[in-house]
Design a protein around this ligand. Structure first.
Ligand code: BGC
Length: 765
């Protein structure tokens, strides 16, 4: 493919001075060659040019194109984010080649979190597929589309484990479980980076937000995180580590403080752990404005101090603040920051540029001008089939009373709810360069499925919220939700009239995408009252009620669970969401998704997660006792547990067979079950392995996910599913922070969710 780009490369190289001749490749993609190249380059750079490499900016009102041009000319910028078309990217790379002294290519980054032009389900939904092949598909398509737009890096995957549904950013992550998040994150990294981040259709990943951002107190965004070292190492760090072991070239540093130290100022985290223990060689990038925020965090006295601390802590590149450029020269002059420290940071930036292949060809993700797409959002650039395939797999069937689902296509169906016809909301948060008008809302999806057979009667039924404050919050920067001017009662009356004419009612309710986003923390998790009133009125019609939830976090839906005859969790399902949901509603696809998070019954239960520690006074439902660990006004357990999800068929799981009753030191055992599709339809399910160490030197969780396999079974078919358990699955961080496996009994639980399991035991010798 390389020859395609030779035209633009030749043009740009012709304009370069002598030094640039050896600057541009072909360079061997080895660490040794890279180090030699980067050292040579560094030796030719002035201090200002080095500092320039450490600056990452977004073109916008604060940094207009003219200012960027100026910065490029003076070598004051290393990378750009939020610019997403080949034309714009090319213009800036041309400026580097034409105007700057050293012609060090820029790299271009963007938040490609769940798709670029084609939007896949939000990551929380992707996690619900428990399907690593699907994740790889999302990664490959996203990287392809992003690279085709000229991008080199994404700020993804986000692998912040979160047990905090009030936090809006849980939508961007893979849920509450460490093992699942680690598997998802590493699969995404491998798929996006491909064989090499330098390849034409690969992009480099930047795993975020390091570390433990998902544990912000009270679920309030940007808030403090405080946790024991055991919990940090056992539950929160492994997904970052797994993503880095998978080769992620970048790390974005979290905005929160961890045990009192803001991550941006945490040399223990960024140097001792990341570079020391984990041997990370890539680039660390501060989050948006985080260096400045060190002052507000109360650890830096002034801008100079903030820069000094960030540098000493190991922040290579600053995102969207001018502090490095402004204050580093003075700090180096005064000796407060050494040249070696600047060199280290600049070296990391140059290293990743080398790894992105930018010194082989600064235009490698651009190609010649003539190849630029006429229409960036052309339909032909989308990957709809892949999006639909993955979206179907992410949908979780929560309830299906008397087989209400699947629906018949030749029926009359009332489709109501503020999310039924919303092209924008269905794309979810961080929908990159996705265009709302290209997404399929549920109304369109159902019409497509029922065309020529049945009838859909649509009514909005309610606004997302009747609360003016919430409406204004959602519409702060743009008209994100449209507010119907009719009164709530008029909207409900119209919906009820449609419901009365129908055989069955489908209600699409939940959250607007802006309710589950950055800076979108909630203090309750209910479906907004406007929509609750609608559901009550629909229920009163006596028609079968199917609730289709669209949301970016677990919601408290105890009442809706009672009202609904059937309920689907569809998250924000992306460009093809409406078609995918219709596939499930009408049985063209048999749902197989499983919850990657526990669904609390109320906010009061938070934090609620399946892998909690035992207490000294466990509550026994069969033998209640006042002085045991429980609420007197609510049950302890979630409404829907982790790993839960129904199907249109039924599955049975045999007792567990162990290959041996004992596992030798550092050896392994195998646990297996036979899963049978005992129903009438073909279907997929996810077999889950949980382990528990019932007696250890510190309390260990009542169960922890240690393996899963998604299997497809024809009606009546059986399959034996085997899990190899080795010593790594038993290891934990003890009180002295040693990572060990202790001899003793280990409980094995295998099931199709975290609650109903078949159990066995073995001895670790
Ligand atoms: C977010 C990051 C994101 C960055 C760039 C920040 O506000 O916390 O997750 O990557 O903006 O868009």
């Amino acid at each position: 493919m390389k020859w395609i780009y030779s035209v633009s490369l030749a043009v740009s190289l012709a304009m370069q001075p002598a030094f640039a001749d050896d600057l541009f490749g072909p360079h061997p993609m080895t660490e040794q060659a890279r180090d030699a190249f980067v050292n040579q380059l560094l030796s030719k750079m002035t201090l200002d040019e080095k500092i320039g490499q450490m600056r990452l900016i977004s073109v916008g009102p604060d940094t207009p194109k003219s200012a960027v041009r100026d910065m490029i000319q003076h070598g004051q910028v290393g990378a750009i984010f939020n610019t997403v078309t080949r034309q714009d990217i090319r213009a800036m790379q041309d400026q580097v080649m034409q105007l700057s002294r050293l012609k060090i290519p820029l790299f271009f980054a963007y938040d490609v979190v769940h798709g670029q032009r084609t939007i896949f389900p939000i990551p929380l939904g992707l996690a619900a597929s428990w399907d690593l092949d699907a994740i790889a598909e999302v990664g490959r398509v996203s990287a392809y589309e992003a690279a085709d737009d000229g991008l080199n890096m994404t700020w993804a995957p986000m692998v912040d484990v979160s047990r905090e549904p009030r936090w809006g950013r849980g939508s961007e992550g893979f849920g509450e479980d460490t093992f699942l998040s680690a598997q998802m994150g590493s699969s995404m990294v491998k798929a996006m980076q491909g064989k090499s981040a330098a390849d034409r259709f690969s992009i480099m990943t930047s795993v975020k937000h390091f570390a433990a951002y998902g544990a912000v107190e009270g679920g309030r965004d940007y808030n403090t995180v405080d946790m024991s070292p055991q919990r940090l190492f056992q539950d929160y760090l492994p997904p970052y580590k797994a993503s880095l072991d998978a080769g992620s070239g970048g790390v974005m540093v979290a905005l929160n403080s961890l045990n009192g130290t803001p991550a941006t100022a945490d040399s223990w985290l960024l140097k001792d752990i990341l570079r020391g223990d984990w041997k990370f060689k890539g680039i660390t990038i501060s989050d948006h404005g985080a260096i400045k925020e060190l002052i507000k965090h109360g650890v830096a006295s002034d801008p100079q101090d903030a820069v000094r601390i960030a540098m000493k802590s190991g922040i290579d590149m600053s995102m969207s603040d001018e502090y490095y450029s402004k204050y580093l020269p003075g700090l180096v002059k005064s000796g407060a920051v050494s040249m070696a420290e600047v060199d280290d940071a600049a070296r990391h930036v140059l290293n990743v540029k080398y790894d992105m292949g930018l010194f082989n060809d600064p235009y490698s993700h651009l190609g010649p001008k003539e190849s630029d797409p006429q229409d960036t959002n052309a339909e032909s650039r989308l990957h709809r089939a892949e999006a639909r395939d993955v979206a179907r797999k992410s949908i979780v069937l929560l309830k299906n009373w008397r087989e209400t689902l699947p629906l018949k296509k030749d029926a009359t169906i009332a489709l109501v709810g503020p999310l039924a016809d919303s092209q924008r909301d269905i794309m979810g948060s961080w929908s990159a360069a996705g265009v709302a008008k290209q997404s399929i809302p549920l109304l369109q999806g159902m019409r497509n499925a029922m065309a020529g057979k049945g009838t859909v009667l649509y009514a909005k039924g309610a606004n997302i919220s009747d609360n003016k404050g919430i409406q204004d919050f959602l519409n702060l920067y743009e008209q994100a939700v449209s507010v119907d001017k009719r009164s709530p009662q008029e909207l409900i009356d119209e919906a009820v009239a449609q419901a009365k004419k129908a055989d069955v009612v489908v209600a699409a309710v939940g959250e607007a995408q802006g309710m589950a986003h950055e800076a979108s923390s909630r203090s309750d998790l209910v479906i907004p009252p406007s929509q609750q009133k609608l559901l009550a009125a629909l229920k009163a019609t006596g028609k079968p009620l199917v609730i289709v939830l669209m949301n970016g976090r677990p919601l408290t839906v105890v009442n809706e669970d009672k009202q609904a005859d059937a309920m689907l969790e569809t998250w924000f399902s992306g460009t093809e969401g409406g078609n995918a949901i219709a596939d499930v509603l009408f049985g063209d696809y048999n749902p197989s998704g499983k919850l990657p998070v526990s669904f609390p019954r109320s906010v009061g239960q938070i934090p609620i997660y399946y892998n909690h520690l035992p207490t000294g006074r466990p509550y026994n439902f069969a033998k209640p006792n006042k002085y045991t660990s429980h609420y007197y006004d609510a049950v302890n357990g979630p409404l829907y547990p982790f790993g839960y999800g129904l199907s249109y068929t039924t599955f049975t799981v045999s007792p567990v067979k162990m290959s041996s009753r004992t596992m030798p030191r550092n050896g392994s055992v195998e646990a297996s079950v036979t899963v049978t599709n005992s129903g009438k339809r073909d279907g997929a399910t996810v077999v889950q392995l949980y382990l528990n160490d019932p007696v250890a030197s510190i309390s260990r969780p009542v169960q922890e996910l240690r393996g899963f396999q998604r299997i497809m079974l024809k009606a009546g078919e059986s399959q034996t599913v085997k899990f190899k358990i080795d010593v790594d699955a038993l290891k934990f961080w003890n009180q002295k922070m040693q990572h060990i496996a202790e001899p003793g009994k280990i409980n094995v639980m295998i099931g199709l969710d975290s609650v109903r399991t078949q159990d066995a035991q073995f001895d670790y010798l």
